[in-house]
Design a protein around this ligand. Structure first.
Ligand code: FO1
Length: 318
């Protein structure tokens, strides 16, 4: 069994590759997804990272944005605006069906995990691929900007992630119970993969939950049943392919490079995958006690995703 940590579009793209080699090379895949970006808009519970992984694995994600449903229309959003709503978050008509049903399920007392599993099933994702929210409890990522603390989507979408980032916090994470299957997956997996997601706001909220970081750390010690822990850098040539990971690393005082990401993951990782463009950083990554693996990490197509997953599986098998 493999466990993967994911959030955002980069995470979904590697998840797609891992899913493509399941069950041939991976018998059972558990994808643990960030929920710190979740929020309520127009009274509906939105879970962008879960939806991005589900739509990508179901083959219906918008290829241009990476999020939302391909070919979706905006009749509802247009009408909301006519009625005077401040509709700054783009929500397609078909995507809204997800948010309506998820909100209904949660209001009925069912869990985000249960809804995610049902959604994945009904969109045709095979049973041996388990999509697990990091927690069923509320956790909200907030960003400290010069204008004060901002809710994540306010910072990210409404203000176009243009504000300098001074600090990040995950409200609720100290008391939120991690999703039990997710925690068990980290304790039992043969391989743990950190997808090329933003290390601060996509992977960070998962590691901040009680026991999650410790479970991964423990797998690297002789006390734990050792597994192979692999991370893929979301930073290539000193820049994030998508989103503000580079600006965030700089604002928080980290080096803005694949090496900076590797430093954040020190003690958690055995193999660090960096792009061919960053091959010169490999010796410094080896000095951190990780095995550097230079590979083509840009995933423009499902074939690219699958190739990167195959590369990881081959490195792990060595
Ligand atoms: N990202 C944007 O930049 N603008 C949007 O209007 C937007 C809408 C949206 C709707 C549904 C969804 O699942 C994702 C959406 N995203 C949008 C992406 C998302 O907010 C971010 O990429 C993630 O939260 C960061 O991981």
């Amino acid at each position: 069994m493999w466990a993967a940590l994911a959030g955002g579009v980069g995470g979904a793209k590697l998840a797609r590759g891992l899913a493509a080699i399941t069950p041939e090379r991976i018998d059972d895949l558990r994808i643990i997804i960030n929920t710190g970006d979740d929020f309520v808009q127009h009274g509906l519970r939105i879970a962008p990272d879960i939806d991005t992984v589900v739509y990508t694995l179901a083959g219906i994600a918008n290829p241009e944005t990476g999020w939302g449903i391909t070919g979706d229309t905006t009749n509802t959003l247009d009408q909301l605006r006519r009625l005077g709503a401040d509709a700054w978050f783009w929500l397609g008509d078909r995507d809204l069906a997800t948010h309506i049903l998820r909100t209904e399920w949660l209001r009925q007392g069912r869990t985000l995990s249960a809804f995610t599993a049902r959604m994945a099933h009904n969109l045709g994702i095979p049973e041996h691929i388990h999509l697990l929210p990091m927690t069923d409890a509320p956790v909200a990522t907030e960003i400290l900007t010069p204008g004060g603390w901002r809710a994540f989507q306010d910072y990210f979408v409404r203000r176009h992630h243009a504000d300098p980032v001074r600090a990040v916090r995950f409200v609720g994470s100290a008391t939120a119970q991690p999703q039990l299957q997710a925690l068990a997956a980290l304790r039992q997996a043969d391989v743990v993969v950190f997808c090329p997601s933003n290390p601060i706001v996509s992977i960070g909220p998962i590691l901040a939950l009680k026991g999650m970081r410790q479970a991964i750390e423990h797998r690297g010690t002789d006390g734990g049943a050792r597994c192979c822990r692999v991370a893929v850098s979301p930073i290539i040539g000193g820049q994030a392919l998508k989103g503000p990971a580079d600006m965030m690393l700089r604002g928080l005082g980290h080096e803005v490079s694949a090496l900076g990401v590797a430093q954040l993951y020190a003690g958690l990782i055995d193999i660090f995958v960096l792009d061919i463009a960053d091959a010169a950083l490999a010796p410094q990554i080896a000095d951190l006690g990780m095995r550097p693996l230079v590979a083509a990490t840009i995933m423009r197509s499902p074939d690219d995703s699958r190739a990167l997953a195959e590369t990881i599986a081959a490195a792990v098998a060595e």
